[in-house]
Design a binder for this molecule. Structure first.
Ligand code: CS2
Length: 490
């Protein structure tokens, strides 16, 4: 096994089939600060930005910042920010070394530097992949979580922020005071209207501190919405070994992703933006329709696969898809979604779903159901409950969506009652308390359904839905495979 490490110095030693940066990295200007430099960002926005740099426009380098940990920084600084991106289709793959991230910051110790970078005149865009929970909003009500410890701490010492809200508001305050134009805030998280959501969170946070600043942000800072899509499983040691073998150099943190990539962005940037169309992005004013289609068809099906897959012992998405009963359940779920979906103009959602099936079946991606199962409390509302509500409003039954919600409940119950199990969710304590109140299915379901932060108040009061959910929960307990079969109720 090789001991040489990927870096600017070893780029020339890579096999010719590997694509490497063909521009002068020393000339790249860092103008994008990205908060949340995880696998998804590196497979998606950074790869799109690489295409811009490759075209010769060197104005758009990325400063990649990890807020919670320094993991990415520790892995990539010795590699001059370089990493390998393997794009895998079912029978082929492309391997590239990405050079778009020109500076890395990470962990608490670097937060003052992250803030300084955000305040710098050279910074034109602050982009975000911080997952649903990073916005500190109650998903059901959209209210800022003023009682969240991190939010409280940032409000108590705004000049030493640790959340994205604190960082963005402080950086904008400083820029405004210094007469520097505000950067554009570009959310790349899986939230409906993610730009509007980010704006609501930032403005609400600022309002607690300084009403005038909040009004100024609301009037002057742009928060374009964007729909992001690329299935990117967490990197495994097997991926690392594979890449080392292919490259004949070590890469501490390569990324393995699918061939498919999609980014639809609202074109609303105050200080310019890269021509991301060079990487395949599309600028559009129809983001809401794109986002809803993606959240409900892709992410809704993903969460369903994750919880049902976990119940049936399926470790990966591709394994779960190979299970006929689960495949049937998904077909039924997609039928429920498409019946009420408003697709973007010119897009046939049935084709979109066909494409999704192929993507989920991709055997070259080892996407673990447990990875997708995390943070369910933050994901259910926009992925499953939004469609459910639209169907209820039209008087339509939703057996597949209801099965998915019941499967999530089983997942929570299992995590509560299995010793040593970890429930990875910001509401874990509350979920465990609710799921642990009783051993009676009926009480457990009602107790979980009473969490209004997830379910609002309406669903628990809908007798028809509660009865259907209880029935689905019981059916899954008896035999998940049978419970997944089409219900033929509509
Ligand atoms: C997944 C997403 O982990 C999850 O919840 O559903 O990360 C999904 O892979 C991406 O949104 C695909 O674009």
């Amino acid at each position: 096994m090789t001991t040489m490490q990927l870096s600017n110095r070893t780029l020339n030693a890579l096999p010719p089939a590997v694509h490497t940066p063909r521009y002068d990295r020393s000339q790249v200007q860092a103008s994008i600060v990205h908060l949340g430099v995880g696998a998804f960002h590196r497979a998606h926005q950074a790869a799109m930005t690489e295409a811009v740099l490759t075209s010769g426009d060197l104005a758009w380098g990325i400063v990649g910042a990890g807020l919670m940990t320094s993991g990415t920084k520790d892995a990539l600084v010795p590699q001059d920010g370089l990493y390998t991106l393997v794009e895998r289709a079912a029978g082929s793959e492309k391997t590239s070394v990405i050079g778009a991230i020109v500076e890395l910051l990470g962990g608490e110790a670097d937060l003052p530097q992250v803030l300084a970078r955000m305040c710098a005149t050279s910074t034109r865009i602050v982009s975000l992949t911080v997952t649903e929970k990073g916005y500190y909003l109650d998903v059901a009500s959209g209210r800022l979580q003023l009682d969240a410890p991190m939010v409280k701490a940032d409000l108590a010492s705004p000049s030493k922020p640790r959340t994205i809200l604190g960082l963005i508001v402080e950086a904008l305050r400083v820029r405004r005071a210094q007469g520097v134009a505000p950067f554009t805030v570009l959310s790349c998280d899986n939230l409906p209207n993610n730009g509007k959501t980010a704006k609501a969170a930032v403005v609400a946070f600022a309002r607690v501190l300084d009403t005038e600043l909040a009004d100024w942000i609301a009037a002057n800072v742009r928060f374009p919405c964007s729909m992001v899509d690329r299935i990117t499983p967490a990197t495994t040691d097997a991926d690392r070994a594979y890449v080392a073998d292919q490259l004949s150099v070590q890469d501490a943190w390569p990324i393995v992703t699918e061939e498919f990539v999609q980014w639809v962005i609202e074109d609303d940037f105050t200080l310019g933006r890269p021509d991301w169309t060079l990487g395949g992005a599309v600028f559009s004013n129809e983001i809401e329709a794109w986002e809803n289609m993606k959240l409900r068809c892709l992410n809704g099906a993903h969460s369903t696969l994750a919880y049902v897959g976990q119940l049936m012992g399926r470790e990966t998405v591709a394994d779960a898809m190979q299970t006929p009963q689960i495949a049937c359940l998904l077909d039924e779920l997609w039928a429920e979604v498409l019946q009420v979906l408003k697709a973007p103009a010119g897009v046939d959602p049935a084709d979109y779903v066909q494409q999704l099936k192929a993507r989920f079946l991709n055997p070259a991606l080892k996407h673990r159901t447990l990875q997708i199962a995390m943070d369910g409390s933050q994901k259910l509302p926009q992925r499953l409950l939004a469609t459910l509500r639209e169907r209820r409003a039209r008087g339509l039954a939703s057996p597949a969506l209801t099965t998915a919600i019941a499967a999530w409940m089983h997942f929570v119950v299992k995590a509560t009652h299995t010793s040593g199990a970890v429930l990875n969710d910001p509401l874990a304590d509350e979920l465990r308390a609710k799921a642990g109140i009783s051993l009676q299915a009926n009480e457990i379901v009602r107790s979980l359904l009473s969490i209004s932060k997830i379910f609002g108040a309406d669903l628990a009061m809908d007798a028809g839905f509660v009865a259907a959910l209880l029935e689905r929960f019981a059916a899954l307990a008896t035999d998940p495979a049978v419970a997944c079969e089409p219900s033929l109720t509509y």
